[in-house]
Structures are given as C-alpha cells and as structure tokens.
Design a protein around this ligand. Sequence first.
Ligand code: BGC
Length: 711
Amino acid sequence: MDDQNRDVHQKVEELLSRMTAEEKVAQMVQVSYSLVTKEEALHWAALGAGSFLHVLGDDARALQQAALRSRLGIPVLFGIDAIHGHGINPNATIFPTQLATACAWNPTLAREIGRVTAREVATDGLHWTFSPVLCLGRDARWGRVDETFGEDPYLAGELGAAIIRGYQGESLDGDESILACAKHFIGYGEAVGARDACDTEITNRKMREVFLPPFIKAIKAGCASVMTAYGSIDGTPLTASREILHTILRDELQFDGFVVTDWDNVNSLIMNQKVAADIGEASRMTACAGNDMIMVSTTFYDAALELLRQKKLEQSVIDDAVRHILTVKFRMGLFEHPEKKGKPGCIGSREHLEIALQAARESVVLLTNHNTLPLRKGIRKIAVIGPNADDIRAQYGDWTYFTHPTPKPDYVPMRPYRTLLEGIRDLAQPQETQVVYHLVCGVLPETEDDLAGAVEAARGSDIIILAVGDNIALHGETRDRADLALSGKQTQLFQKLHELNIPIVTVVISSKPLCLGVVAEQSDALIMAFNGGMFGGQAVAEVLFGKLNPMGRLPISIPRHSGQVPVYYNHLPGWHGGKYADLPADPDFAFGQGGSYTCFDYRNLRFDPVTFTLQIEVENKGPMAGVETVQVYIHDCVASVMRPVKQLIAFQRVGLAAGEAKTVSIAVDPNELALITQDEKRVIEPGEFKLMVGHSSRDEELLAVTFQYGD
Ligand code: BGC
C-alpha cells in the first residue's frame, strides 16, 4: 500500500468505527430523485444516504447541505446517466451515442468525449456518470445496442478504457473529473432472444473469453465503480451472484472501487426473477453477493437493519460495502470538496460543441457509393425525403432529456443542433440549388403516410436524399425488436421513389443495424449515420457535399435478415454447409467495413514474431486526402479450444494525403493471442497463428502472414 492509500485506509477505518448500523446501511442506499418528493429526499439526505441519482443543480446542492448537516456529515455522491454527453441537462453538449462514436475507431476521441462530459457533469456539481456500457452488441435485436461500442471485445475495451480515462482525468479529485461506472456486469447484451434482462446462457469460460476483456481493461484504467447487470446467467441473477461479483470481480480482477446495483435490482429478485420471497431475503442476497450500493430499492434500508438485528446478516458484509464506498469518497476528495467545481460557463460551450461536431464527423460510415457521392456541383434540385431527415429526437437517440429521467418528447431542444435537412440547406448554394423537403411517414407502422406526396415532392429533382431508420419508440430499455427490417412503410417509400429513376442516396439514422434489403441493394449510395448527436445531420451533409471525406468503419455487422442474427464476425468455425439454405452466411455489411472518397491499397505485410511488431505499406490511391483504419486480426490455427475465425487484436488510424504512401508500424500485444482453456485459465498456446491486416474484417480485404508462437 502506498502512502496515499494508507492515508485513505486510515480515514475510512476511523470513520467506520464511529458509524452506527443505521448510518452504515444508509451509506449503501442510493435514492432516485425522480421517485421521491423533495421532503422525502431531504429526509434521506439527513439519514445519511450515500448517494442520489438523477438530480441536478440547486436541488442537488440542497441535498448536499442536508447531508453535511447530518451527525457525521458524510457528503452525498450524485450519480447521473451522462451516457453520450450530460444529456439529461437540456443545455448540455450531446455527443453521438456509444455505437456511433465507436464508428470512429478513435480512442483519443473517446477520451475527449469523456473529458468534456465530465467537465459538464462536474460543472453541475455532480460526481459520477453511469457510463460506459461495456456490454457487447452481438444481437442487434436487443433494445440497448446503441449504448454499446459494438460487437467486438477488443474495440469495446479500447474505447471503454479511453472514455473512462477521460471521465476520471488524471486523478479522481480533480475539479473536472467524475467517477466512471463500467456496466453492466456481465453478459447483459447476450440475453436469450435479445430479450432485455432475460437469462443469458453463457458458461464461465465463454464469459471470460468474450465478455470480461472490456471490463478487465476498464479496471486497469482505474474505473471507480461497476454496475451489476439486470439479467441472470444460467438461472442465477447477477445481483445475487457472489461468484461473479466477489470471486471474479474482486478476487480475480482485483477491482477496488464499489459496486452499484442496477435500477431496483433488489426488488427484481422478488418480483421478476423470483429467487427471493420477500425484501429481507432479497436484501440479504444482494448484500452477501457483493453489491455495495443499492440503486433505488430504498426498502433495503429497513430490511438490512432488521437482518442485522436478527443476526441473519453479518455486520462485516455491511462494513465491507461501506468501506468500498467511503474509500472512493475519500479518494475523490469528497470530504474536502463536497461539490465538484467543473468549469463555470462550459456547459454547451463552443469548445465542447466543436468536439461534438468532430465526433459526429468521424462517426459517419459510407456503405455504398455508385458514382453518386460527393454530389456534383450545380445540382438544380435536391429532394430531402423521409421520417428522419428533420427529427432531432431520432438523431439523438436514447438517454437525453427527451427520454430521461422522465420522457419529455415535446421538449424544444437548445440550439445549435443541426438535423440532416438543416445541414443540407446550410451547404446547398441557394442561387443554384433548390432544396425541397417532405416528411412522408413515420417509422412506426401505424403512423400516417403520404407516399404519393413524397413522390410528387421528389419528381423533377436531380437527386433524392432519403433519411430512414428508427426512433426512440423502437429502441431502448423494454424495446427489443423481433424484426430488424425497416419499419412502417419505409421500404415502400424507397420503392416508390426508385420508380422515378432519380438517383437515391439513403441515409440511415438509427440506433442499431437494420436489415435494409432492397434499400441497400438499389440505393445509389448508402450512409450509416446511427445517432450522431447534435451535429449528426451536419456531418452527413458535409459528406454528401464532399466537404468531408467519410472515415467511419462499422463496429458492428449489419445483417441481411433478422433470421441471420447473431451474425458477428468473430464467430467460431464449424457450420455444416457454412450458410443458410435460403440466405448467405455473411451480413450485408461486415464489421470494420466503411468506404471513403478515396481508396487505399495495402502491400508488403511483414510481422516480426520476436518484437511482435507488424509493418504494412498503405497507399492512398485516390484523388483526395483520407483517413484509413488499419485493422489487425488474428486466428489461432489449431488450439485446445475452438478459436474464432478471426478476432481483432489491434488497429491504427492513419491520415494519407492524395497519392501518399506510408509504412504503418503496429505493435501487437502478445496477450491478445491468449485463449481461455477448458479449465478457465488464460494462456497463449504455442503453435501457428495467422495474422491478417487490412481494410475490414472481410477476407478479401485482408493480407495475411502466418507465424509460430513459442516452441
Ligand atoms: C439502466 C442503467 C442506468 C440506470 C439508472 C437502468 O434502468 O439499466 O444503465 O444507469 O437505469 O438510470
């Protein structure tokens, strides 16, 4: 233990020794401001509640004052879902969602987003964000795919660690640092049938191999808190699993922060998962499993005290939980500075908006382009059609003031955001180009449509920009989808427009990969924009007009059909026939794919198995400067357990001027070659490995060399 940790340890033990049982249990309670009255909240603060969530500004300050006036004056920790920006504050900077951010494959950008978000959250006096989500988006039907960094453990781990470093800054006690929370521990996105919070059928071996790695990186990055998942693994709720929360998270991964349950998980053990008959049993299970802070389930307070009185719960279990919470509170300097300072005036500042714009620009993925983009100069008439062309709510996606803590769909958002329509109007030259707009239909089947009106609006135009996708009614918690096809009449809309024989550029603004069918096949160009945040529309417009050379790469596969799901690239081999009788095996668009207005040529792949460094020449063969993401995959040719056909182990972005060639050198971490043996040990088995390097996960875009590892 170093001096600083010894000091914190002494302070924690000293404070703990002065606390009553009531004060200790209260520290474990996290109250949601959205569920109680102001008076109730003040009462909880006076009792010594450890934390509140979803409270902003002066209300938070009043609660903090009440906590400071309590007998021991332990400051309250304020948590918030600042998921893609401090989105619950209507004045905040809204970044692209995690999935959209992941398209940039840029850890430096992720760190910047974390830093700016932390600064805005801290400026509101708050301390802690429930971010990042490190679940994997392997089944696109899941309602929360937008919250993930995509389907790949390596990419999610790199981006997760980077954003955590951004949130937490150099040190937890910094004026602009906030606590991060790696969630949801664990396997949440893998629920059977993508049914949110349902059981997950994964073994511990698979959990270690696929789902733990991003959390391992998060813990290495110093993540101060971890949130338990709603779901269960093989019939044991994660909230009640001492093996997961204690043996694995604490003993094995050496996590030294505190664990918070997800929303009302204690009652879920009774009401949904039915492994506890009453609040006493549920509270005992939750505490004994290793949850330190109890989100929302305030009945835990009386129940835990009763359990202590009846000696059905050991005092040491409560002490350990409080120890974990107080340790973080001391480490972050909360006792000296109960309120974070942040940087007054920074919320939604120009500097922050610039980073949101940069993030939006880097997140745009060009999927197809049949000599259509960038738009040629002197276009007479552009028809902008479709439900998501001018819908800022759809562009933002989940987790902003439109949706949380209570939905406010009619809220008038703060400027300056830019929808796609606005972005196009900004860039089209009014003297030469007319921009017409027609909303046509919603994304929901029951919404009114006006397909004929759309066709009339588009008739006579030189180009149609069609914005399709989903909106918040079709994703988020409790909104899993069975069918990933474009909803409502969006496909018919495309078909009607296609009959006009006018080139169509389709822009997909959605929370997740959607199965696009003919729209993908027949569009003259196709752009995947996901939820680009405040400037998502502007970034796409810049791509359309050639002011921005697209550089995004898919962090997730786009299936051809819902029946193909899951269709992630890093699957295990062995499928007899290797395809469906009625569909190919591969997705419509593969992990890592993404086009550019220039093209990149790869040659001369070399790998040094001693230094574990590869070199490859990459040349920009096209007419425009561009950014390429060099992707590095590995395959372990023969191993004691089956290995993925390929798995990402490194990547590097490289900027190249028109005609420029560079030798890119990438150091690979040998630990990325490890597998988990049947007896759950992480080892690198000696033998032959195939290293693949190139533009995407598609075989035809990769160069390969083989090498021997070990004897
Ligand atoms: C979500 C968490 C979130 C929490 C607090 C839950 O429903 O699963 O991700 O942080 O609510 O809002």
